[in-house]
Design a binder for this molecule. Structure first.
Ligand SMILES: [Fe+2]
Ligand SMILES: [Fe+2]
Length: 302
């Protein structure tokens, strides 16, 4: 058995606090990272998978500051970009400059194999009002996305979808995990009925979810962006989103890879005060229901 850890939406290198679904407390992240470093020592994962929004602010200096905070955790890691990391041509280049040594092919989308498990990291683009896609956001998005994501949309470009399908068709690994900052599926209706502030999902997410379901080796999709713990099975693939570190419940996921199954658990930080500081009354729905927090995926070796 070996394990890796899924951490997402760290929003590092910012002192700006605000409210999303709960208190969104970027200023506590240096302390959170200190606690996380100790907690990860006990778990001893092979690597960390960071599915985007690693940085919150939008300067080259912040990107590198966030990178240094991640490196201080002391584990190998694979970074993905989110809307806060990759909103402009400049910011994408900052991401590449900061993380070149951690990107298997020096690109923002990539694959790697770890102990017979295949991992595919995607980098969706911004969708503009006319439906076209580009790697950069509209100019006003940079400032606006600190407050709301209204009218902001993202989709996976055709080139990446074709690449993914080709790679999956010839994959030799026993099982496969896909990671993307933006979820493929929309959050469950249950959350929307509770007044959940929804950051959205990939515009072509359902199409991608259909396509990857054709490949039995694909068992898991890991995402962030919605700042909540959800688990949604779709045609044999489990779509898992994990909460954001500066926001209640301040948690991450541990994925144990056994020969015959993957066990996913949701882990709180050992210091509960961060989650308590963030929680707004009645908004504990970001932690998810019991079925959003624990999962066992059977792996049938072929
Ligand atoms: Fe985020
Ligand atoms: Fe995001």
């Amino acid at each position: 058995m070996w394990r890796f850890v899924h951490i997402t939406d760290l929003h590092l290198a910012s002192s700006r606090d605000g409210v999303w679904n709960n208190g969104f407390l970027c200023s506590m992240m240096p302390e959170v990272m200190d606690c996380l470093r100790d907690d990860l020592q006990k778990i001893n994962p092979d690597f960390l998978l960071l599915s985007g929004d690693i940085v919150s602010n939008t300067t080259r200096e912040s990107v590198f500051q966030a990178r240094d905070m991640v490196e201080s955790l002391g584990f190998p890691y694979y970074p993905l970009g989110g809307n806060h990391d990759c909103y402009s041509r400049e910011s994408r280049q900052w991401f590449l400059d900061a993380y070149a040594h951690r990107l298997p092919n020096k690109k923002t989308w990539y694959s790697f194999t770890h102990k017979q498990t295949g991992f595919y990291a995607l980098d969706p683009w911004w969708m503009h009002p006319d439906g076209s896609l580009s790697p950069s956001a509209e100019k006003k998005a940079e400032a606006m996305q600190q407050f709301n994501l209204n009218n902001m949309r993202w989709a996976l470009p055709k080139e990446q979808l074709l690449w993914l399908e080709e790679e999956l068709a010839s994959a030799t690994e026993e099982s496969v995990c896909i990671a993307t900052h933006y979820p493929m599926l929309s959050v469950p209706d249950r959350l929307l009925q509770l007044g959940f502030k929804n950051a959205g999902s990939l515009e072509n997410g359902k199409v991608i979810a259909e396509k990857i379901a054709d490949f039995p080796k694909v068992r898991l999709v890991l995402s962030g962006h919605v700042h909540a713990n959800t688990i949604q099975p779709y045609k044999g693939v489990y779509h898992v989103t994990t909460s954001s570190l500066p926001e209640y419940p301040v948690e991450f996921r541990v994925i144990e890879v056994h020969d015959d199954q993957w066990k996913i658990t949701t882990q709180k930080l050992s210091d509960p005060s961060f989650a308590q500081r963030s929680l707004l009354a009645g908004h504990d729905f970001t932690a998810g229901l019991p079925e959003d927090r624990k999962l066992s995926i059977k792996i049938e070796n072929t």
